[in-house]
Ligand binder design. Structure first.
Ligand code: KIV
Length: 274
């Protein structure tokens, strides 16, 4: 579908629009972004939702996990992303320990992220245990996106990044958590690394959209970490990532050519000088 300058797709994407897209069976496209330029490119390409994921802890900061990411860092990156977007809905992750202690503190932190970054919504991980908090935040007028299945902030509890919901007990818990999150007021739910059939069952049971990552084709939308889908993270190859570019190779050969041109006295030439 093309994105015309004056057409339906040019208007800013809202949480309501995402629900309408689910109803009309129009799939929702989303990507992560962590900076102004990348967000601007994705927004202009027509991505519906941009998530400033705490995956920035891995791909931007080089940490093993997302746990060290702070509220200040989330606000810093989200501010830059918001400036690059005129159409996409911008969602900011609430970092580890910014919403787990008490729902009042979670509300204050969600409010801070919204107020200081100007994003459109926040996302937090977990099911039943975060529902009271989700309810409190949404009642204050801050849209909340849920996140179920593989929840990277709980890596130390589970000990691995294996797929979730692969046995009956786990699948039932994820399904029930999805219903509870909807009841608590979440406007959408990310389903990460769960079987496609479970994601289908959840998607059919919910009125709010599901956004899948490694959760198969039946979700209402899809999200990928952009550094994976553009081939910047070369040593991370899970089966759910489709690579649309090999930017690492492009950058390596471009920089090698640049170095060679300098060494060979080929750069700058007369036209590139004053
Ligand atoms: O932090 C992140 O990028 C995410 C996506 C994997 C959904 O939560």
């Amino acid at each position: 579908m093309s994105i015309s300058k004056s057409g339906e797709n040019q208007r800013a994407v809202t949480t309501l629009r995402l629900t309408q897209m689910k109803k009309s069976k129009e799939k929702i496209s989303s990507l992560t972004a962590y900076d102004f330029l990348t967000a601007k490119i994705f927004d202009e390409a027509g991505v519906d939702l941009i998530l400033v994921g705490d995956s920035l802890g891995n791909v931007f900061q080089g940490n093993e996990t997302t746990l060290p990411v702070t509220i200040e860092e989330m606000i810093y990156h989200t501010k830059a992303v918001v400036k690059g977007c005129t159409r996409a809905l911008v969602v900011a992750d609430m970092p580890f320990m910014s919403y787990q202690v008490a729902s009042n503190e979670a509300l204050r932190n969600a409010g801070r992220i919204m107020k200081e970054s100007n994003c459109n919504a926040v996302k937090l991980e977990g099911g039943a245990r975060v529902c009271k908090t989700v309810n409190k935040i949404t009642k204050a007028g801050i849209p909340v996106m849920g996140h179920l299945g593989l929840t990277p902030q709980s890596i130390n509890k589970f000990g691995s990044y294996r797929a979730r919901g692969t046995n009956e007990e786990e699948a039932e818990k994820i399904f029930n958590d999805a219903i509870l999150l909807q009841e608590a007021g979440a406007f959408a739910i990310v389903l990460e690394k769960i079987p496609a059939e479970l994601a289908k069952k959840i998607t059919e049971a919910l009125e709010i959209p599901t956004i899948g990552i490694g959760a198969g084709q039946y979700c209402d939308g899809q999200i990928l970490v952009y550094t994976d889908m553009l081939g910047l993270t070369v040593d991370f190859n899970p089966r759910f990532v489709r690579r649309y570019a090999e930017l690492s190779e492009t950058i390596t050969s471009s920089v090698s050519n640049y170095i060679k041109d300098i060494k060979d006295l080929n750069f700058p030439n007369e036209n590139e000088s004053y």
